[in-house]
Design a protein around this ligand. Structure first.
Ligand code: SF4
Ligand code: SF4
Ligand code: FES
Length: 367
């Protein structure tokens, strides 16, 4: 250990605060929320996404800090040595319930289909935790849905928007796209594109990250929602997107034997919850009716005729043998599709390398 790192460790050791009566260590720059998370305190949040700069919009994460008159937002307040914090006193819990009652009073509905997006259940879960379906503040609704936006991927159902700006921030900070922003103020606040146009006329790349971080389902995955009425529960299966070499972790959503949607893995080491349009939305090929299920043999006139696997494989083997004998091993080149399973890509390279002794292989996922 170097002298510098020893000093740093010694300094870190000295940084302590008191959280709910217990001494807790912290590192320079940490927020109360981060320390509370580490201490397994169940501080609720709505506008927080750990991948983004804290924003302090929803005030649900408020805590009491000794010596400070009003509750403070824990997600934006840095811890200082000796700070004394209460993360869930009855008074704070009462504030949070009232806040939630106010939030849901403006929304058309609270219970939304989980197929809408990864975080779509966050508001519902908190409302249930706090028993905030009281209807005490029932009245005017805020947000104007833009359901006629004729893009094929994203439902813009802003009646359910709570102005947490997670969508705007993920678009700017994660995707670097700045395709959406907010317009107006107060009750009239609305998420919008430039000049309030259609998403497909904006800079949107349809990466879907705004959909997956939205805590209310105001932004929703239109393709996954097509399966809302299919029978059965949604099952999630973790895998790696095959489309390119980045290796983004995804959860495939299935109902029975149908692939109905894709969600990014928020803990994916390569992507941290990000995807591109292909990984997010281009999965229809898996069950497409035009997909080849039998081998086709090209005829002399250029047309194709169905055949059986033995015949097709014999013809292919004869073609390979002829190329090898007449032009040598370097005349053979194998290429696999990013839409084929990983196992098929592995088998292809093994076949070409071991079978013909050449490294001439490729996969469109490399691009
Ligand atoms: S889909 Fe991606 S690029 Fe489009 S608005 Fe959402 S985050 Fe921005
Ligand atoms: S659309 Fe969703 S993510 Fe965006 S501000 Fe509204 S509630 Fe938040
Ligand atoms: S989570 Fe802290 S203000 Fe919203």
């Amino acid at each position: 250990m170097t002298e510098h790192s020893m000093n740093a460790t010694a300094m870190e050791r000295k940084l302590t605060m008191t959280l709910d009566g217990q001494p807790v260590g912290f590192s320079e720059g940490e927020t109360i929320y981060q320390v509370a998370q580490r201490a397994q305190k169940n501080v609720p949040t709505l506008c927080y996404d750990e991948r983004l700069e804290a924003f302090g919009a929803c005030r649900l994460c408020v805590v009491e800090v000794e010596g400070v008159k009003a509750p403070v937002a824990s997600c934006t307040t840095k811890v200082t040595p000796g700070m004394i914090v209460r993360s869930g006193s009855p008074t704070i819990e009462k504030y949070r319930k009232t806040l939630l009652e106010l939030v849901v009073s403006e929304n058309r509905e609270v219970d939304v289909n989980p197929l809408r997006g990864f975080a779509s259940q966050e508001l519902t879960t908190l409302v249930d935790r706090y028993g905030a379906r009281t209807g005490r503040f029932k009245g005017k609704k805020s947000g104007t849905s833009n359901k006629s936006d004729d893009n094929p991927f994203i439902l813009r159902d802003y009646d359910l928007c709570i102005s947490c700006y997670r969508c705007v921030r993920v678009c700017a900070e994660q995707e670097g796209d700045y395709a959406i922003s907010m317009m107006n103020r107060g009750f009239s606040t609305q998420i919008t594109t430039e000049f309030n146009g259609r998403l497909k006329d904006s800079d949107c790349t349809f990466c879907g990250q705004c959909v997956q971080t939205c805590p209310t389902g105001a932004l929703a995955d239109k393709k996954a929602l097509r399966a809302a009425d299919l029978p059965g529960e949604v099952t999630k299966t973790r895998t790696i997107c095959p489309y390119c070499g980045v290796g983004c972790s995804v959860d495939l959503l299935t109902k029975g034997d149908r692939l109905v949607g894709v969600q990014p893995a928020m803990d994916g080491p390569a992507n941290g919850g990000a995807l591109c349009i292909k990984g997010q939305f281009a999965f229809d090929f898996v069950q497409h009716e035009d997909r080849l299920k039998k081998p086709l043999l090209r005829q002399a006139d250029g047309s194709f005729k169905e055949t059986d696997w033995d015949t097709a494989l014999d013809i292919a083997a004869a073609g390979f043998r002829r190329a090898l004998e007449q032009h040598g091993r370097r005349s053979i080149y194998g290429i696999a599709s990013g839409r084929a399973p990983h196992e098929a890509a592995y088998s292809m390279q093994k076949f070409i390398r071991a079978g013909f002794g050449t490294h001439y292989i490729d996969n469109c996922s490399r691009a």
